[in-house]
Design a protein around this ligand. Structure first.
Ligand code: NAD
Ligand code: GLY
Length: 349
């Protein structure tokens, strides 16, 4: 078992262990006086894994119930949260009880937000089952839902009490979502770890997935500990995301998965920053080669003018400028604040 300790306002452990699903109750029990546990999961994950988590919770004295929603980003909205609150209410969930998020990032973000707001905040545990959720969304306490106007516009910072990662669950994750998660994995190598990047070059990520997950969550832990509320350094986790979000928007959230959009966004931006002398020579070539190795895109069918126009409404914008995350080289990055009025000159459009 590998363990990563997260020292935030509310501290917690991330445990990585094969078949840890069967020990969920054992690990959660000492952390809580909860009598009831609501497992929140989606319509793909619940039929495969919820029974094992339920059995382990019940073996450790929890009364359990299961809330299942239709899988997919389209469910990540307030109407699903309202149904979740109703389930909590009907199952007599009290302030000392617990919510267990079993699934991908959509499940974790929604269960976390419901836990953050129900009765003004109850404990929750993350059991992430997609690669993206295991390396990224289950750690750091960002929870929330989408609005018709944009993704993740409503939410709360609410740290989990525990994160349990079972790499075995990735065996049932469709390949498209595994590749999607690899987009974020490559991101971690780019921004903070040349050694992770080189490992991904040398090996096949799937063969060393425990190590990969451990290194990614360790990087995310370090960043989140320094900037829990996302007012500074945490922005580096958005490498590739500003253009990535623009590409997702330009594709009407179809065609490219999030990880693919981030990969293409990272590659496009790094080509530009290298050409402008803001990134060391050769960085872009290394990045593109690694993305191609993992079947991730390095370009999009859109012009720079279209992409930059679509970034203007980005949530990461601060008034009249946007914080781009640029690579210094592989493993090091920095925040580059660019005024929107300077876009034309900077991007040559
Ligand atoms: P998801 O939860 O929709 O999961 C992707 C798909 O894989 C779904 O169809 C799901 O049912 C299925 N699935 C998950 N685990 C499975 C398994 N083990 N076996 C079979 N099927 C499985 O999406 P995601 O890609 O995990 O996460 C994306 C979400 O995460 C987005 O809403 C994004 O905004 C959010 N996110 C949040 C943070 C954060 O810090 N909170 C960070 C990054 C992304
Ligand atoms: N995924 C970005 C963050 O957690 O800040």
């Amino acid at each position: 078992m590998r363990k990563v300790e997260v020292k935030t306002g509310r501290s917690y452990d991330i445990l990585i262990e094969h078949n840890i699903l069967d020990k969920a109750g054992e690990y959660i029990r000492p952390l809580t006086k909860a009598i009831r546990a609501v497992i929140v999961s989606d319509s793909n994950v619940a039929p495969i894994y919820s029974n094992r988590v339920k059995a382990s919770l019940e073996k450790n004295g929890f009364e359990t119930s299961l809330f299942v929603f239709e899988a997919g980003e389209a469910s990540k909205r307030l109407s699903t949260i309202e149904k979740m609150y109703t389930h909590f209410y009907e199952h007599d969930l009290t302030r000392t009880d617990i919510v267990v998020a079993l699934g991908g990032g959509v499940t974790g973000d929604m269960a976390g937000f419901a836990a953050a707001s129900y009765l003004r905040g109850i404990d929750f545990v993350q059991i992430p089952t997609s690669l993206l959720a295991q390396v990224d969304s289950s750690v750091g306490g960002k929870t929330g839902v989408d609005l018709p106007g944009g993704k993740n516009l409503v939410g709360a910072f609410w740290q989990p009490r525990l994160v349990l990662i079972d790499p075995e669950t990735l065996n049932t994750l469709p390949d498209v979502f595994f590749t999607d998660g690899l987009g974020e994995v490559v991101k971690y190598g780019c921004i903070r770890s040349r050694s992770l990047f080189e490992k991904l070059e040398r090996e096949n990520a799937r063969d060393i997935i425990d190590e990969v997950i451990y290194e990614c969550v360790s990087i995310k832990r370090d960043v989140v500990q320094n900037d829990e509320r996302d007012t500074g350094e945490r922005a580096i986790l958005n490498f590739g995301h500003t253009f990535g979000h623009a590409l997702e928007k330009l594709n009407n959230y179809t065609v490219l998965t999030h990880g693919e959009a981030v990969a293409a966004g990272a590659a496009i931006l790094t080509r530009i920053s290298e050409n402008k002398g803001l990134t060391e020579k050769g960085t872009s070539q290394c990045l593109e080669a690694l993305l191609k190795k993992y079947s991730l895109p390095t370009d999009s069918g859109f012009s720079l003018a279209e992409i930059t126009a679509a970034t203007r409404g980005d949530k990461k914008s601060t008034g009249k400028s946007i914080n781009f995350i640029l690579l210094k080289n592989i493993g090091e990055c920095y925040i580059y604040k660019l005024k929107i009025e300077d876009f034309g000159e900077f991007f040559g459009i």
